[in-house]
Design a binder for this molecule. Sequence first.
Ligand code: FAD
Length: 509
Amino acid sequence: MVVGGGSAGWLTAALIAAEHVATPLRPLRVTVLESPNVAPIGVGEGTWPTMRDTLRRVGVSETELVRECDASFKQGSRFNAWVDGLDNHGYFHPFVLPQGYTETNLVAGWLQSHAHVPFADLVSFQPHLCAQGKAPKQTATPEYAAVANYGYHFDAGKFGLLLRKHCTGRLGVRHVQDHVVGINTHDNGDIASLQTRTQGALAGDLFVDCTGLQSLLLAGHYGVEFVSQKQVLFNDTALAVQVPYAHDSSPIASHTISTAQHSGWVWDIGLPTRRGVGHVYSSAHTSDEAAEQALRTYIEKTGGPQDMASPRKLSFEPGYRKEFWHRNCVAIGLSAGFIEPLEASALALVELSAAMLSDEMPATRDAMDIVARRFNDAFSYRWERVIDFLKLHYVLSQRRDSAFWRDHVAQASIPERLQELLTLWRHRPPSRYDLVRVEEMFPSASYQYVLYGMGFRPEPGAYDRRADSSDRADGFFRQAAQLTRKMLPALPSNRDLIDHIKRHGMLPI
Ligand SMILES: Cc1cc2nc3c(=O)[nH]c(=O)nc-3n(C[C@H](O)[C@H](O)[C@H](O)COP(=O)(O)OP(=O)(O)OC[C@H]3O[C@@H](n4cnc5c(N)ncnc54)[C@H](O)[C@@H]3O)c2cc1C
């Protein structure tokens, strides 16, 4: 029984239903129970390339996704004003690995002869595609296939509706609309059933808590402790607004634009029919009024209307639960935790959680406790890595123009593991030895993109190890430049590709 019909609930239900056939021995049935009185959060528009695999795995058509969810293609993020506060100074964190990443020390080659070129622009073609608003594929590229690695930007509300239609229409998921008002337990403490307002008690064997920030079962019923991260990452409030384009033919950015502000940052996500823009900030460091003014200024500066609609305010405490799977209840989505929207890791965590649940679906109650322990270990580790990676952006900033930025570099606010890594990286670049688990949240390449994009530099000469590394790296830099020259004229703009898909669809795989 999945409780909650937001993105987390429907993605989890879809993965389980798509991958488990009910048999007389294992009569697995998936139900999504959602309250008609509590709307899904309605934000969460940026995803990772993992979403392509997830949607393909559950059988959603990519053409339908583009047509029904106002979806566009995302190839990474650009960070403006993060380094020194200057709007025109930024860098890319693209989704493709640097050219030749696993074969040589590119960073040494970059520092030796090309340090005047931004790292990502030298080692990857993708920042150049993004800078020119190019799509990551051609009109003839089939569904889910890519010329350049990509994820999506989409309308979160419409995404939930598409998944709901897919789950109930094609995957046999039962959909119950009712409000949970109580929880009934077995003698051993397991949840036996959920008491609903109009349909009585609904029983189940395993309950997936996808009830959003209120975490109705895991926190509300079981009281599982919350591990706050407010002392590490201070943002706890967001103002979100939808911004119309100046024209129907305005370009659609194929990357998320993140622009640092006085006490937070603004996200800017281009969908085909509008932009989704929001200011996420620390309420301890600025007021709602000042944050709204900063958002208005950003929107005006980036071509939006002067009479911006009133933004929607969302509050959250950054952190996650001490455990995610307790007895026969597992929390996925906001009910498990939320840090902040930077790097859009929340839906990726939902995908990983739903995938592990589906792959490891316990066959018996005894097996469930074992799976639960492993699940808790895997996801505690992943939340910690998300925190390290997000904090990295703030720690490396040279901004000191407000208490927000100054507080972010206070030693006590920096996780110990991140401090250690920063020490190591003065002498060698981030590598696979730093991230040793399968399915790490962020690969070492992502750390390199952010580290060097943010202006981090090693001890002089520290990275020069092998005599030939500079020559080998140069070969890969030339490859990246050749790919850029080849791809730029061959790829349509993000908008042209989306218009084409809306009219003609994509070749199914
Ligand atoms: C400002 C902000 C920006 C974000 N941006 C991104 C982003 O760019 N990328 C990304 O990956 N993530 C992002 N996220 C996170 C993302 O929004 C969520 O991870 C995602 O939407 C999943 O939400 P959910 O399904 O867990 O919860 P919700 O969408 O809140 O759904 C909760 C569900 O529980 C149900 N429910 C609640 N109470 C009851 C009850 N008593 N009985 C029955 N049902 C009940 C509700 O009806 C609803 O269906 C962002 C979050 C915030 C706050």
